[in-house]
Design a protein around this ligand. Structure first.
Ligand code: PLP
Length: 389
């Protein structure tokens, strides 16, 4: 792995923690516990079920929930789909209004667009210049038939945190479901379902050192309506999500949650300090800004707009670093990120933006290497483009 780039893309995915992988491997082969957790007639089934329920407890504890409030899914994309469609399908389209934000992940934007095409009312809130959706913006867009508000906890591109507890307080007295996509928050910052007064929270394993393909939806008990299942089958997960439970995946996300619970505070402090070290090392390059820099953010995110530089060219120059650009490649062209655009950034600024995201295995030496590379590449690219123009 000597030629592997230095990893600054923890917001895209994380490596599985070795301790998590060790645990996962005990639930696969013949010398492990490979039983079906739904098999009620023999020991292998019971052992698998016990392991799954232990994992459920660990994840519930991490977010201050009851274990009966965790519905296992394949990841945050599925959780978001279940949340949005599962609520909306309780109503006729013309009697159901939803509120989301323009900075949501595609896994919220696309289900909302799907529902809009079915005739549901959808309001898409714009953030302020720092990417924040305020509780007052939500309050102002409420309608008599607003059934669901879906606002993310932490943005995946900028790390900007929304005031979800304030929004939760606003909606708690009304009969409105509040869904939070917390894929970038769980395991990174303290998450408390009661403080946030959420009715549903989406969780993704691979964003906090569990494998890809596993996640959960927190669904508050004693809610006023029943989520409509999107996957029908054997009635697993109290009818909300059928399918044989993936014991090894669930044991893994449970272990990742247990580790996060004990290590989160210290880890957030360490990663935040490294993130600040990275910014301190490049802040004097001139015409550089943190996107969302005035808002509270997760400790691991640093989204930087480099003035006078094309992000794709910079990423090429920084080949030895694994980072993300502020652009998305569609089949036809390179589009500026919808998040940065919603924040009011000009296309050229969005195109000149890079996301650095740090995590559990980031070291000071890696940060210093990144600083050196950026300090070399940015002035060189600026010189090139001034010669060309
Ligand atoms: C990664 C991510 C998702 C998608 O999660 P998967 O588990 O990969 O489906 C959804 N929302 C946000 C904010 C994310 O960061």
């Amino acid at each position: 792995m000597n030629n592997a780039p230095v990893y600054f893309d923890y917001a895209a995915t994380t490596p599985v923690d070795e301790r998590v992988a060790q645990k996962l491997m005990q639930f696969l082969t013949r010398d492990g516990q490979y039983g079906n957790p739904a098999s009620r007639s023999h020991l292998l089934g019971w052992l698998a079920e016990e392991a799954v329920e232990e994992a459920r407890n660990e994840l519930a504890e991490l977010i201050g929930a009851d274990n009966r409030e965790i519905v296992w899914t394949s990841g945050a994309t599925e959780s978001n789909n279940l949340a949005l469609k599962g609520v909306a399908e309780n109503f006729e389209p013309d009697d159901c209004h939803l509120i989301i934000s323009a900075t949501e992940h595609k896994a919220v934007l696309d289900p909302a667009e799907y529902l809009r095409k079915q005739g549901y009312g959808v309001t898409v809130l714009s953030p302020d210049r720092d990417g924040v959706i305020s509780a007052s913006a939500v309050a102002e867009s409420l309608q008599p038939n607003t059934r669901l508000v879906s606002i993310m906890a932490a943005n995946n591109e900028t790390g900007v945190l929304n005031p979800v507890a304030e929004i939760g307080a606003l909606l708690a007295d009304r009969d409105i479901w509040f869904h939070i996509d917390a894929a970038q928050a769980v395991g990174k910052i303290p998450v408390d379902v009661n403080a946030w007064q959420a009715t549903m929270i989406s969780i993704s394993g691979h964003k906090f050192y569990a494998p890809k393909g596993v996640g959960a939806l927190y669904v508050k008990r004693r809610s006023t309506l029943q989520l409509k299942a999107q996957i029908h089958g054997g009635g697993h997960e109290r009818g909300m999500r059928s399918g044989t439970l993936a014991t090894h995946q669930l044991v893994a996300i449970g272990e990742a949650a247990r580790l996060a619970k004990t290590e989160l505070t210290e880890e957030a402090e360490r990663i935040g300090a490294l993130r600040d070290r990275l910014w301190a090392g490049i802040a004097d390059l001139g015409d550089v800004h943190i996107n969302g820099g005035n808002a509270p953010r997760t400790p691991g995110h640093l989204n930087v707009a480099f003035g006078g530089v094309d992000g794709e060219a910079l990423m090429m120059a920084l080949r030895q670093l694994a980072v993300s650009t502020g652009s998305a490649c569609t089949s036809a062209s390179v589009e500026p990120s919808h998040v940065l655009k919603a924040m009011g950034l000009a296309d050229s600024v969005a195109h000149g933006s890079l996301r650095f995201s740090l995590g559990r295995y980031t070291t000071a030496a890696e940060v210093d290497q990144a600083i050196d590379s950026i300090r070399e590449a940015v002035p060189a690219l600026r010189k090139q483009s001034s010669v060309a123009s």
